[in-house]
Design a protein around this ligand. Structure first.
Ligand code: SF4
Length: 456
């Protein structure tokens, strides 16, 4: 075991933020259990709806359309056309209605709802509103349910914002990536930096919801000065939350091809990204913002980041919409990514399942590792006390933890906390911890695809 762990060791260096690893570990989605055959999908799906659900849960709705393919993105699926709006909203409502009355849907509150994509805010104002209202009519949302609409500035006009708020949305998450116009335009973003600022001022001044934006660090043309301006703009705008994501250039993506052809400057290297992350972390700390996860900060208590926290801890997720994925009552599932298949199944009154798996019992300890790394605080003692398969895990990876401690990535023994460098490399640490857990408990099933494989 000790020799096998050596490939997960960090390099011992004075500057772990920049140089702990040569490359980032791929993000693994979790453990895939036994697949249910396609012929049995609908029968088993009906059975899954019968037991009671317990514990905190979330709902995810996917809107898989985008106005254009942003250069850096690996998640583009379908070109948006205005005529998609009403039929797609009708389909989402039909899917919501199909399983709304089941015991699994009704037996326990849903704590967070998230509209993701693609671009949910491409939908028309009345279509966004009627889907949100129908969810609230049909499902047992908790009294403090976080209802997030993710979107981009282009398309998201005042009518849509007010329609979402009036229908019950209480959080907006917008991918701005950078406020610098040149950086934005080179990535295919249509709104200028000043338009982005005016957009956020409008959202903020309504004072009716938590306002969150994503910044990406390491984009082509994003100098250190531009990165500082981006951070300052978020703080000056008085937003409620911000994600600082590191750019990943997916092989074969439009950005990767543009860089290869020389049509675009290269992205920041990993050491440069590490330095930018460290600067961002220190700046947000100095401004009094609280770090909620390795990549997320909140200004005050209005921002809870509840959906993201729950989904990463393995909470039940009721999923709707073409390309969505969820898990409930011991099964994980995916919904057809092809719009035609998705619509056809709904017309036939069926859940549009593209896959259905029994949840691997090992997914529970792996989810625990993922949640701990995400929260920058991993209690291995608790894991060993609550999961039989984890007994002796701490001891079996002693050499790995010692290396990470000496390399400045983690601190602590049983209760491990991530240093600034550990937070930057959190995805790599998680990938290696999961791999180490598989070595410790070799009965683990193979992992499902990585995001990179999915996006390729
Ligand atoms: S970044 Fe968002 S809007 Fe742009 S292609 Fe990706 S999913 Fe679509």
């Amino acid at each position: 075991m000790k020799a096998a762990l050596e490939k997960f060791f960090a390099q011992e260096t004075d500057d772990p933020l920049r140089y702990a690893f040569e490359r980032r570990g791929a993000h693994m989605l979790g453990s895939a259990g036994e697949a249910v055959s396609e012929e049995e999908h609908q029968l088993v799906w009906q059975e899954i709806q019968k037991p009671k659900r317990s514990g905190m849960a979330v709902m995810y709705l996917h809107v898989p359309f985008c106005a254009n393919h942003c250069l850096f993105c690996g998640f583009y699926r379908n070109k948006w056309h205005e005529e998609h709006s009403a039929p797609y909203a009708d389909a989402l409502i039909k899917e919501l209605e199909l399983e709304a009355s089941s015991t699994a849907s009704q037996s326990s509150p849903i704590n967070a709802v998230y509209f993701g994509g693609g671009t949910p805010t491409a939908l028309h104002a009345n279509d966004l509103a009627r889907v949100i209202r129908r969810i609230r009519e049909l499902y047992p949302l908790s009294a403090d349910c976080e209802i997030t609409v993710e979107g981009r500035i282009f398309h998201f006009d005042d009518d849509k914002i007010d329609a979402c708020l009036d229908a019950g949305a209480n959080r907006f998450s917008t991918g701005v990536q950078s406020f610098n116009t040149k950086v934005r335009k080179r990535q295919g973003r249509k709104a200028s930096g000043s338009e982005a600022i005016r957009f956020f001022e409008g959202l903020r001044d309504r004072n009716r919801a938590a306002i969150v934006c994503d910044l990406i660090l390491g984009l082509p043309y994003q100098t250190a000065e531009i990165w500082r301006d981006d951070l300052r703009t978020v703080v000056d705008l008085g937003l409620d939350g911000v994600d600082l994501y590191t750019l990943a250039v997916f092989p074969g993506s439009p950005l990767s091809k543009a860089i290869e052809k020389g049509a675009c400057d290269p992205a920041a290297t990993l050491p440069q990204q590490g330095a930018m992350y460290g600067e961002g972390l220190e700046y947000m700390h100095r401004q009094g913002w609280k770090q909620i996860s390795s990549s997320h900060w909140g200004r005050q208590t209005r921002e809870r980041n509840l959906y993201n926290t729950l989904i990463k801890s393995g909470a039940d997720c009721l999923a709707f919409g073409s390309g969505a994925g969820g898990n409930i009552n011991g099964y994980s599932y995916g919904i057809h990514g092809g719009i035609v298949d998705y619509m056809r199944c709904l017309e036939e009154g069926e859940k549009p399942l593209s896959r259905l798996h029994r949840t691997d019992p090992m997914s529970s300890p792996l989810n625990f590792l993922a949640a701990g790394i995400e929260e920058m605080r991993l209690d291995l003692g608790h894991l060993e006390r609550t999961e039989v398969s984890a007994r002796g895990f701490r001891k079996s990876i002693d050499s790995l933890l010692s290396n990470w401690q000496c390399s400045g990535l983690i601190a602590g023994e049983e209760l491990i906390s991530l240093t600034t460098a550990g937070r930057f490399w959190h995805q790599t640490l998680l990938t290696y911890l999961k791999a180490a857990f598989k070595l410790h408990s070799p009965s683990l099933q193979p992992e499902t695809k990585t995001y990179q494989e999915e996006a390729a």
